[in-house]
Write a protein that binds this ligand. Sequence first.
Ligand SMILES: [Zn+2]
Length: 173
Amino acid sequence: MSQPHFVANPMSRRDIRSYVFLIRNLFHVSDEENIDIFNLIEVGLSEAFEDFSYLIVPEHKMYEYALFLPELNELRIREDVYEAALNGNPRHRFTLAHEIGHVCLHRGIKRLARGGAPVSIPAFKDPEWQANEFAGELLAPTHLIGNLSQTEIMLKFNLSREAAKHRYNNSKK
Ligand SMILES: [Zn+2]
């Protein structure tokens, strides 16, 4: 996991689960198995957060897959990543869901000063951990997982095998 650039407000797995449940309700996708993350980014987030903006950046101009700038409330997505997700690529659908997590949870949070001593922060305050939990819950919510197997989770929610395994284990906690 990369070094976080800011410390998030503490959130437990349970907090994130409840929050995503509300978000799915708000966007009228409570029981969707294969949610339209593009509609969420292009319409949902813009309606929910007035100052939110996103842009698609040409591949040669960006190193990261995607990047959320909390101080600007701006989401930048690399073009090839966006297109792969549009084509249903499970890994990049997760990338975008992860960024939606940052937008929902970390808007307006100040970044840590650059060049300071490396900080070690507990998972529940780590924005990357939070965004990953959010993404998993958004794509494959606990209430729809029920007693599905890992393979069923992978197929039903269009997740990578690794993400499906993580969701399987998480849903039991
Ligand atoms: Zn992140």
